[in-house]
Ligand binder design. Structure first.
Ligand code: SF4
Length: 431
């Protein structure tokens, strides 16, 4: 992991909904060095903004899932007209996503949104941009300038500049495209800088994670504004997660990026959940809620582990608030080693399981009782931590692996089959 790149800092929100800071590490307007803010997670509603009740419900679901900010599209006047009531019924900073019509931005600002997103590809008239900048400046609202690959328009009078920039980035695979993105940003940000407006966040998304990595790396070297990372239109969650982890995760590991948005063709709650998990895994956010590790299963499995893992995951999300680490292991072969750092662990055997709490064996139960007992032990452990009687991640005693044949009943069938020459070998060294 590289150290996070210092940037200017912007603030989104107010006293009523809370303030989310983006970026930091460089001096502010008063010359005070800002502390880098935790990387924030944002998402966007999928429904129509003018449908107030549905929009409020969606925003509140996303906020409950952990979104630090929620963006809404405002393509029509009817959408900006809905904003005052939406703002009234929600408690998370709201960002208005504006394309084509600068007046939607002015209306959204007037309605009280907390941040504006502008696209240089479709709002470029200097007077119109100035009008939005002035309105944001008056209310101290930040603006995200987003140059998506798909909406970049190459202009004739920029050829010379692009040639120079293209040469500058010529060692990169996507040099010309990145040169266009940088040129577009330079041109657009000139308007902001002329008006002494610096509450800016930059994004440069692409559907190609490799372009995303190269583009943001180049931009981070040329601009000191905080960066909003994203792999745009990443597709369904199944493949979009991989694209996002490659693009966003690589940049974050390199110290680049201050706020992220994952884009799935799916419920936006998944964008929030997966964005947070990415930040937890990279150590960029303090984990909220339980962390579940589980074995992938193999030919040694003797319980329905996939179902158990899904049930445990759902129940933990509902009932556990502390970042307790829980390991669900299919057998005792590799289980103890892999569960070493877990607060609560279960090793399954032949239709039963043994539960350990910080290394101490606390139960040996049949499969149908595992879920309930595991949750009970998690809750008891959580209460002990809350009372100061136990510490998360503390190793009380070394796990003594259970006897797989005696205590867990594992291997009995396998050994029997081996004796008749039809089974697999019972090994002790794992996968
Ligand atoms: S050997 Fe590993 S993968 Fe196979 S069941 Fe045991 S813990 Fe799971």
């Amino acid at each position: 992991m590289n150290k996070r790149r210092p940037t200017r800092q912007v603030s989104v929100g107010d006293e009523r909904v809370g303030v989310v800071r983006i970026g930091g590490g460089l001096p502010d307007a008063q010359g005070r060095t800002t502390e880098p803010a935790p990387v924030s997670v944002q998402t966007m509603t999928a429904g129509y903004t003018y449908d107030i009740d549905a929009c409020v419900t969606e925003i509140n679901r996303l906020a409950a899932a952990g979104a630090d900010m929620v963006r809404v599209a405002v393509p029509e006047r009817v959408d900006t007209q809905a904003l005052p009531e939406i703002l009234n019924q929600t408690r998370v900073p709201i960002v208005a996503d504006v394309h084509f019509h600068y007046k939607r931005a002015l209306e959204a600002i007037e309605a009280g949104v907390h941040k504006i997103r502008l696209n240089p590809g479709n709002i470029s008239d200097r007077d119109q941009v100035n009008a939005v900048i002035d309105a944001c400046k008056e209310r101290r609202l930040p603006i995200r300038v987003g140059v998506n690959e798909g909406s970049i328009i190459e202009r004739k009078d920029k050829h010379k500049r692009l040639k120079e920039l293209g040469e500058f980035f010529s060692d990169q695979k996507h040099g010309r495209l990145i040169a266009i993105m940088v040129a577009k940003l330079e041109e657009y940000l000139e308007i902001f800088e002329e008006r002494d407006f610096h509450d800016v966040v930059i994004s440069a998304k692409s559907i190609d994670p490799a372009v995303v990595i190269d583009a943001y790396t180049a931009i981070s070297e040329r601009f000191d504004y905080p960066l909003h990372l994203g792999v745009t239109h990443a597709g369904p969650r199944e493949t979009g997660a991989v694209r996002s982890v490659i693009g966003i995760g690589t940049l974050l590991a390199n110290g680049i990026g201050d706020t992220i948005r994952i884009s799935y063709a799916n419920d936006s709650v998944f964008e929030v959940q997966d964005g947070l998990e990415m930040l937890y895994c990279l150590g960029l956010r303090e984990r909220k809620g339980a962390e579940l590790i589980a074995c992938p299963t193999c030919g040694r499995i003797q319980v329905d582990l996939y179902q158990l893992v899904q049930d445990v995951r759902r129940k933990l999300a509902e009932e556990i608030v502390l970042p307790i680490k829980i390991a669900v292991m299919g057998c005792v072969v590799n289980g103890p080693g892999e569960a070493e750092g877990a607060d609560v662990a279960i090793f399954a055997g032949d239709r039963r399981g043994i539960i350990y709490v910080q290394g101490e064996k606390v139960a040996n139960i049949p499969e149908e009782e595992i879920l309930e007992r595991l949750l009970h032990e998690c809750k008891v452990f959580e209460q002990r931590v809350q009372r100061g009687e136990a510490k998360l991640g503390e190793k009380v005693v070394d796990i003594i692996p259970p006897d797989p044949i005696g205590e867990l009943g594992s291997g009995v069938d396998i050994i029997a089959r081996n004796r008749t020459g039809s089974g697999v070998q019972l090994t002790v060294d794992g996968q």
